[in-house]
Write a protein that binds this ligand. Structure first.
Ligand code: OGA
Ligand code: MN
Length: 208
């Protein structure tokens, strides 16, 4: 019973915040040990050449635009998750069910990739919903950077209101911090960092 309390409180906070502001930031969503193993796995996949330059758009509109984003990604294979990846995905699945029940979303799938931003890399302001489809509904990001300082940069800059570009909230990508936001309304960008920046980024999706 007691173990359940914490995640339930967290999922309530997340759905309340999604409903009111469209985004939510939860520090210490994952433990340092979980973050460390996820980051170590990402580092060995990187060494093995398992990351690819990220693109933007979808289908025929997919293109590489390094002036818009300059990170590298590795898609998780839902049939070959490591133990820490599976633990995280189970937690996201509880969140998914809670969001469907409380906010009347109808999200059925989670697609996720590890991302590495080399020092100086960025992702310019954008929405996560592709123009042709509303498949992606809620972005969920877990940062994997232990020992990160705010002076290292790499903030996720969230714009709570479209067009009010002078009004933003910066989230430092400390290891274990979790962020989620609506894909249809929340513009955001990734600022360059002085160090390599790791994250596990995914989307709760409607079925096509
Ligand atoms: C993305 C993105 C934000 C982040 O991958 O679409 O906006 O903080 N990532 O890594
Ligand atoms: Mn994004």
């Amino acid at each position: 019973m007691i173990q359940l309390t914490q995640p339930l409180i967290t999922t309530d906070v997340i759905s309340d915040q999604l409903a009111t502001t469209g985004y939510c930031v939860i520090p210490n969503f994952a433990t340092a040990q979980e973050v460390l193993t996820l980051q170590q796995e990402a580092k060995s996949l990187w060494r093995e050449g398992e990351f690819a330059r990220a693109s933007i758009g979808r289908g025929a509109n997919r293109q590489f635009q390094p002036e818009i984003r300059s990170d590298f990604i590795h898609w998780l294979d839902e049939y070959a998750l490591s133990v820490p990846q599976a633990t995280y995905c189970q937690r996201i699945d509880q969140l998914r069910q809670h969001i469907n029940q409380t906010l009347f979303f109808n999200v059925q799938e989670f697609e996720a990739h590890l991302a590495i931003y080399p020092a100086g890399a960025y992702y310019k302001r954008h929405l996560d919903q592709h123009q042709q489809t509303q498949r992606r509904q809620i972005a969920c990001i877990l940062y994997l950077n232990l020992g990160w300082e705010s002076a290292d940069g790499g903030q996720l800059r969230i714009y709570p209101e479209a067009e009010r570009w002078d009004h933003f909230v910066d989230v430092t990508p400390y290891g274990g911090t979790f962020v989620c936001f609506r894909c249809d309304t929340i513009y955001h960008e990734v600022l360059p960092a002085t160090r390599e920046r790791y994250s596990l980024t995914g989307w709760l999706c409607r079925r096509n």
